[in-house]
Structures are given as C-alpha cells and as structure tokens.
Design a protein around this ligand. Structure first.
Ligand code: AMP
Length: 412
C-alpha cells in the first residue's frame, strides 16, 4: 500500500514532528566535535524546505551513534544544528533535551516556518525500547509526524514507530518526507519492473550479509556480478582455491544454492576470474599487506589473500555493466580503503557512471559504494544514492520496514 507523503497534506501553520537521519560521522578537534561528512544533513533539505515554506513549525528528532541510554557529550546533535543553520540560511534552534519541560517550551516558542532540533533521542533507553510513554512525550503537541529517516526505518523505535502510532491514535497524520519517498521509489518501485538488462553488482565483506538480497534479486536480475570478499565463498562453492582470503566456509552451501538458482533461471552470474592478491603479515604487532600483485588465475595460491578483483575481471564486469538498462550496486570490489586495492571498485564506479550517461538508471544501495563514488567525485553522476545502510539491505531483501509500515496509508 502506498503511504501518504508530505506532498499529500496541508502543512500550513501545522505543528510538525519530523524524524530525520542525522547520524553523521564526527571527529574531535580541539575539544569540539566536527562533522566530517554532511551528506545525510543535506539529503533532508528538500523536506525541510517543503515544510518551512508552508509555514509549518517543525521540531526535528534524530539519533547520533550508540550512547545506549546515557548522555555522552561526543554524541550531542548540537553541531548538527549549527550545520543546519548554515545550510538552510536561517537560525535553527537547539534544545539540549528531547522530552520534558524544556523541550515542550522550546517547541511552543517556535514561530511559523521555523526549525528546532532536539537532542539525541538515544540518550534515553526508552527510545530503542519503543516505550509508549516516551513516544507520547516526544510527539508532544504535534499534529503531523513526518518520517524522513530512511536509514532508521528498519528499527521499531519510539521516534520511528512509536510516535507514528501516537499520531495515528489521536487522528493525526504520519507521512513520508521527500527523501523517504525517493528511497522507497528507487529501491522499491523502480526495481519492481526495471528497464532491462537489469545488472546487480554486489560486493563487500560477507555473503551472509547479502545472501537474502542475492536470493530475491535472482528473481529479477538478468546479470549478477559479485566482487569483494564475498566472491571467495562462491569460488569455494565452485571448487576453486582461495588461499588466505576472507571467506565464510559455513556459507558455501548457500553460495552453491544461489549458483544453482542462477543456472536454473538463466541469470548470468559473474565472479572474478583474476584477483589482486597480497601477503598478509604482522610488523611490530601491526597487521599489514605486502607484495601485492595480480594473480591471473581463478585459483588463489595458499600464501596470499585476495584483496581486489583483477584487471580481466574488471573488464568483464564493465562489459556487463555498460550494456545495462538498470543497475543496482551495493558493496566494494576489494579493500578500497587502501589505495593499492581500490582499482577494481573505482573501475566499476566509472563504468556505472558511463552507463548512466548512456541512459541506464543507476541505483546505489548505500554504504561503502556511496563512499567509493564520493571518493572519486562521481557521486552526482548516478541516478540515485541511498542514504541507508542496513535499512537499504533489509528493504532490498523484501522486508517491510517498521518505520514505513507505521505511516498513514493513502486513501484509495
Ligand atoms: P560491506 O559492509 O559488507 O559492504 O563490506 C565493506 C567492506 O568489505 C569494506 O570495508 C572492504 O574493505 C571489505 N572488503 C571488500 N573486499 C574485501 C576483500 N577482498 N577482503 C577483505 N575485505 C574486503
């Protein structure tokens, strides 16, 4: 069922509680916390603008990190309020509580079209417990709940599900923000009947994290391309050797089942035919890789670890990607954080962008693929980059996200 969005309702002069995803990376510099990457804050700007230009009085709720129910000063959202003021060009007030008298007063003092950011909801254990009393306090006097936090929608917490239930029970509306709507459109609707060929590229550390996604997409994709460490479990399933590579030996059966399903359905299933390998060693108690080289074979020798796809595999993968009508990419092809092992991931990133320029729809499923694209300044050359990590994967698995399920349904 389709959910109501902020485009469907009249927000004029309304009191709004909006859940946003401001779980941004920060580091400490001279005793203050500095935001390293404001992508998630920027991603909410269209929703903030849509609400404030209609004159809504908006209270923003978000979490940062995992303070586990305690006040941890390094996880305060105050720096985000400063960043928001700069990005929106208007003052954004900050309340160092998210519930209680001060928070209520701050919300009551809001003028039409203004924004207030509440302190980290995870400073209270009741948030993750989805405590109904806490949810009622957080909802305050809001007449509308806007959920724009796709990245937190896979969690049934007080600020995602609890407040939606409170609003729904008192006849208010709970609606999707613009970012949430776009995430559901690209990771959901667009992949239901994709332009063909539909090429799915998956990489990253573990088969176990993504096997449910592979299984579901085997029913829709024309080609599945596997890179990263997860490819080595597929190599084992094919009877190939993997040396010291990161593998999940207890997942060989499920890898084999995926290969069988691909063969049965006529889905092209590509894994690397060559790899960059390196010798894992320890120097002064520190782990490192030395002597990296291309291993031009499907088999990886005993003494080395696979750390990236090789140039032949990059060419084969690129050929499949270049002809795509729709591309879904999640996960790097190697240990791309180390420049020596990043070529495969960047080759895929470039080909995805070229295919997009030639008319393909490219959807990047969040996490490290987004980081890789941004690292080579290609983030704006794909059709859509998801802001969700775990939430994107669960959604791609076909699961109902509790934060989405709790929103008000569109009337027929
Ligand atoms: P994920 O969160 O599952 O997408 O995994 C991302 C991580 O997988 C990144 O930190 C990569 O460094 C890691 N990774 C990718 N390829 C390999 C590999 N061949 N060996 C070990 N780790 C890898």
């Amino acid at each position: 069922m389709a959910k109501l969005t902020i485009k469907d309702i009249d927000l004029r002069g309304k009191r709004v509680l909006a859940r946003v995803d401001y779980n941004v990376p920060m580091t400490k510099q001279d005793d203050t916390m500095v935001i390293n990457d404001d992508t998630r804050i920027r991603a909410t700007l269209p929703t903030l603008q849509a609400m404030t230009e209609k004159g809504a009085r908006v209270v923003l709720a978000a979490h940062l990190g995992r303070p586990k129910g305690k006040r941890v000063s390094s996880m305060s959202l105050r720096p985000v309020a400063d960043s928001l003021s700069k990005l929106t060009g208007k003052p954004v007030s900050f309340c160092d509580q998210c519930v209680g008298r001060t928070a209520v007063d701050a919300a009551n003092n809001l003028e039409d079209g203004s924004l207030l950011l509440l302190e980290n909801v995870r400073y209270h254990a009741e948030e993750e417990a989805n405590d109904p009393t806490f949810a009622t306090q957080l909802a305050g006097d809001a007449e509308v709940f806007v959920n724009d936090a796709f990245g937190a929608a896979h969690r049934a917490h007080a600020s995602t599900v609890g407040v939606a239930n409170v609003l729904n029970s008192r006849g208010g509306q709970s609606v999707a923000g613009i970012l949430m709507e776009r995430e559901l459109q690209f990771l959901g609707d667009e992949l239901e009947s994709p332009a063909r060929p539909f090429v799915v590229i998956l990489g990253g550390a573990k088969v176990s994290d993504k096997i449910k996604v592979i299984d579901r997409l085997l029913e829709k994709a024309d080609t599945i391309v596997i890179g990263g460490a997860m490819a080595y479990t597929f190599k084992l399933a094919k009877g190939l050797t993997v040396g010291k590579s990161l593998v999940e030996r207890d997942k060989v059966d499920i890898a084999q089942a995926a290969l069988d399903k691909a063969a049965k359905r006529g889905v092209q299933f590509l894994i690397p035919t060559d790899n960059v390998v390196a010798v894992p060693t320890e120097v002064d108690g520190k782990f490192m890789f030395r002597d990296h080289r291309v291993n031009d074979s499907e088999n990886i020798p005993d003494e080395v670890e696979g750390v990236d796809i090789g140039p032949k595999s990059a060419a084969t993968f690129s050929e499949a990607i270049a002809g795509a009508g729709t591309i879904l990419w999640n996960g790097p092809m190697g240990i791309f954080e180390d420049d020596r092992f990043a070529d495969g991931t960047f080759a895929v990133a470039r080909t995805v962008c070229e295919a997009t320029a030639n008319g393909a729809k490219s959807i990047i499923g969040g996490g490290d693929s987004v980081k890789a694209l941004n690292k080579v300044n290609l983030g704006d050359q794909v059709t859509f980059m998801s802001t969700g990590g775990g939430a994107s994967l669960e959604f791609l698995e076909g699961k109902d996200l509790p934060g989405v399920a709790a929103l008000t349904e569109k009337p027929n």
